[in-house]
Design a binder for this molecule. Structure first.
Ligand SMILES: [Zn+2]
Length: 401
């Protein structure tokens, strides 16, 4: 074991309690995606931590959502490309959730809004940054903390792609899972994510013509009638064997019960596996959505948000091997799974950067009040990340200046 590795692991091990404190402060800061104040409060917890550990950072303001935060550590050599540690600090919960359900630990498990998804991953990454700040980073390291992952990163997406283009590898600290589901016990198994579906969130809006449905029915053009007939053909685009699903998840419209509906809308979620599948299905959705079925009704389709699929490349497979070997040092058995859930790792993979996702501490029941994090995996995860970084650094010797 190298001297640097021993120092970094010691540094982390002696700060397990402080990691739990940082996690507590991040959870209790609250921060549903649309609660800019709460998301920025969680951001201030992180920037305060970075400042206290002498880590340079910058804040990029975002007007309506939380700001974008990035910390950087310089490394030796003349290759400026960092290993990028990625995370988001927004949660899916309503404002005030952390006051109603503050951070608590019971039987080795932590609870609270966003404790696993993904404030645990942020605490882990922040401590790895601090460990290398104290002991010396073997390669440049960057930590990018975004604010809108739970709504498909409309504001932070470009910054994520940009950061990934300039990075040598990405670790995204979404929560990992236990191999045996969510049963209580130790956290010595870990399922990371090797592949994710791509997702496109679309909105269809139909415009017709209002008329009194009793007196002037024949003058009306019902947007609801038009839109409703499109739901079945949209769902019929689903091809489960090919991994393509189309779901109309929200629908609305109309004015009053006695008015022929002048407007209607629906929101559609498309998921797919292969990048090549995307354009053809989006084109079919557009064709169905925008072809009038009621004379006099017009409809248009808009893409509201999008995640790229996480596709496993050879370089990403190699990253998984590095992680697996590092975790084994701490008695953790790693396996890799595929999920239809989307994340920012799709953006970094699409930018061409080798990406490993769900390397955060082990947790479960994300997006529900039962969300939990195995506290033991906070330190183990940080050590695994540190060793993975050192392994990658040892392989890319600093070029002569
Ligand atoms: Zn997440």
């Amino acid at each position: 074991m190298s001297d640097l590795q021993a120092r970094v692991l010691d540094w982390l091990t002696s700060r397990e309690g402080e990691m739990a404190d940082l996690l507590r402060d991040l959870v209790n800061a609250d921060g549903g995606t649309y609660d800019k104040e709460g998301v920025d409060r969680a951001g201030a917890v992180l920037t305060g931590f970075w400042a206290a550990h002498g880590i340079p950072f910058r804040v990029t303001p975002v007007e309506t959502l939380g700001d974008i935060l990035r910390a950087d550590l310089a490394g030796p050599g003349d290759d400026p490309r960092p290993i990028l540690l990625l995370g988001h600090r927004d949660t899916v919960f309503p404002k005030g959730e952390a006051q109603r359900r503050p951070f608590r630990v019971e039987d080795g498990r932590a609870y609270g809004p966003g404790v696993a998804d993904m404030k645990g991953g942020l605490a882990m990454e922040a401590f790895v940054m601090a460990a290398f700040a104290a002991c010396g980073a073997p390669v440049p390291l960057a930590m990018l903390v975004t604010s809108d992952e739970e709504i498909a990163s409309p504001a932070c997406g470009p910054a994520i792609s940009e950061a990934a283009k300039g990075a040598r590898a990405v670790f995204n600290a979404e929560p990992s899972r236990r191999a045996d589901g969510t049963a209580a016990g130790n956290a010595r198994t870990q399922v990371v994510t090797k592949g994710r579906k791509g997702g496109v969130f679309l909105r269809m809006e139909a415009t017709g013509k209002a008329a009194h449905s009793g007196a002037r029915y024949q003058d009306g053009r019902s947007a609801i009638l038009d839109l409703a007939q499109k739901v079945a053909p949209l769902h019929a685009l689903t091809d489960l064997d090919a991994g393509i699903t189309v779901n109309v998840g929200l629908i609305g419209g109309g004015q009053t019960v006695n008015t022929v509906a002048p407007s209607a809308w629906a929101e559609i979620d498309l998921r797919y596996v292969e990048p090549a599948q995307r354009d053809a299905v989006v084109a079919r959705i557009r064709e169905i959505a925008e072809t009038p079925l009621v004379d006099g009704v017009t409809a248009r389709l808009q893409i509201k948000g999008e995640f790229r699929p996480l596709v496993q490349t050879d370089a990403a497979r190699d990253l998984l091997d590095v992680w697996t070997a590092a975790a084994a040092r701490f008695g953790v058995d790693v396996s890799a799974g595929f999920t239809g859930g989307c994340a920012d790792s799709g953006l970094t993979a699409a930018a061409g950067c080798p990406t490993l996702c769900s390397v955060g501490p082990v947790g479960g029941h994300a997006h529900t009040p039962d969300e939990f994090l195995e506290m033991e995996s906070l330190l183990t995860g940080a050590k695994t990340l540190a060793v993975s970084i050192l392994t990658l650094a040892a392989r890319t010797p600093a070029r002569a200046a």
